[in-house]
Design a protein around this ligand. Structure first.
Ligand SMILES: Cc1ncc(COP(=O)(O)O)c(C=O)c1O
Length: 370
């Protein structure tokens, strides 16, 4: 059967290709999922959520949950928030609502693969804007120069997957003021080390903010995200969401409400989560210094380190590591051309696995004479 044209340029992602090389002996530092385990309170909330009615919610989600998501913002829960089946569905709904064939979508390079893929699925052209080593800063002036009459959307991701970098408030505001629709993917916003990252919430009428509970609460499989945008912008997004998902899982919506309601528990969960990732980040940075003789800018958010590797092609490097050293890392080019020469190491893993995985990489490099 001939597949639809919109999928023609879409290939199995490099992330999947590397994961396919995993064996029971592999140390997996390629994974993009937090290693968080629900505590007793969260499990008890989930049991209570499962006892709630199982019927459809309104398309944009239960109003009671939307009110909680909007707390502390100027957004109107009735018309300016949509609860989605994860942030991935939120992205798909926004692209479906706004991106036409022939449009251009500005995406970060290196950046999360979905942005360019979604642009292609919509028949648009992804146009990358470069992030500069070693801090992976966004140069707002250079980004502005990439805008053409065809530019429909600018995608911003802070903290970044795969870089762990954070964009400062002034740069975010400059992007919000460029007169182009902006999608700010803030899925890693709760995972920070020294200071909370700035949000684009409230930065102007052209800004659409995405977030969710996948990463902060280890709820990747429960598919709970949301979109915040002005009422006019939101209307077509809700229409798209209606035909993609109808509504987000009502179980996950009920659980999200309980999480937001128990403020004391949630604050302590978030503090513990940050402490856990801080320890794992330290273990990763220490092992890199000692095993790989590499010091990188410490990631300021999320749980990824983007690490330079000895001069070689990073896909071949990651595949050799997977097969010969039984360590999974993601080749940097999976995230754009500027990822060549880097691999993404995820430290969403127990400290002993981070340490032994990076040790294995070091040993393999020394044996290969690199
Ligand atoms: C930058 C970024 N945005 C969105 C997503 C999708 O998250 P969700 O599980 O909420 O769909 C991911 C998942 O890895 C991500 O890294």
């Amino acid at each position: 059967m001939k597949t639809a044209d919109r999928l023609h340029s879409i290939e199995l992602s490099l992330i999947r290709q590397i994961n396919a090389l995993a064996t029971p002996y592999s140390v997996n530092l390629g994974i993009g999922e937090p290693n968080l385990t629900p505590d007793e309170t969260l499990r008890e909330m989930a049991a209570r959520a499962a006892a709630m009615p199982w019927k459809y919610s309104p398309n944009p989600g239960h109003l009671s949950l939307r009110k909680k998501i909007c707390e502390g913002t100027d957004f109107d829960p009735k018309s300016e928030v949509c609860v989605t089946a994860g942030t991935q569905e939120a992205l798909f709904a926004v692209f479906t609502a706004y991106v036409n064939p022939g449009d251009e979508v500005l995406v970060p390079n290196p950046g999360f693969l979905s942005y360019a893929t979604l642009a292609r699925i919509c028949g648009a052209t992804p146009v990358s804007y470069d992030l500069d080593v070693p801090e992976w800063r966004v140069d707002a002036g250079a980004l502005r120069k990439k805008i053409t009459p065809k530019t429909k959307l600018i995608v911003v991701n802070s903290p970044s997957n795969p870089l762990g970098s954070v964009i400062d408030r002034e740069t975010l505001q400059a992007i919000a003021d460029m007169g182009v629709l902006v999608v700010s993917d803030e899925i890693y916003r709760e995972i920070w080390y020294d200071a909370p990252p700035a949000s684009m919430t409230g930065m102007g009428n052209d800004v659409i903010v995405l977030n969710g509970l996948s990463k902060s609460h280890g709820m990747t499989g429960l598919r709970l995200g949301w979109i915040l945008a002005g009422a006019e912008l939101m209307q077509p997004i809700v229409t798209a969401h209606q035909y993609i998902a109808t509504c987000a899982s009502v179980f996950s919506q009920a659980l999200a409400e309980m999480i937001f309601d128990d403020r004391a528990w949630n604050e302590s969960w978030l503090a513990n989560m940050r402490e856990q990732f801080a320890q794992q980040r330290e273990a990763a940075l220490y092992a890199m210094r000692h095993e790989l003789d590499t010091a990188i800018e410490p990631p300021r958010g999320a749980f990824y380190a983007f690490v330079p590797v000895p001069a070689c092609e990073s896909v071949a490097f990651a595949k050799s590591l997977a097969t010969d050293a039984a360590v999974l890392v993601i080749p940097g080019v999976a995230f754009g051309t500027l990822g060549q020469g880097f691999v993404r190491i995820s430290y969403a893993a127990p400290v002993d696995e981070i340490t032994s995985g990076i040790e294995r990489i070091g040993r393999w490099l020394r044996a290969a004479g690199r």
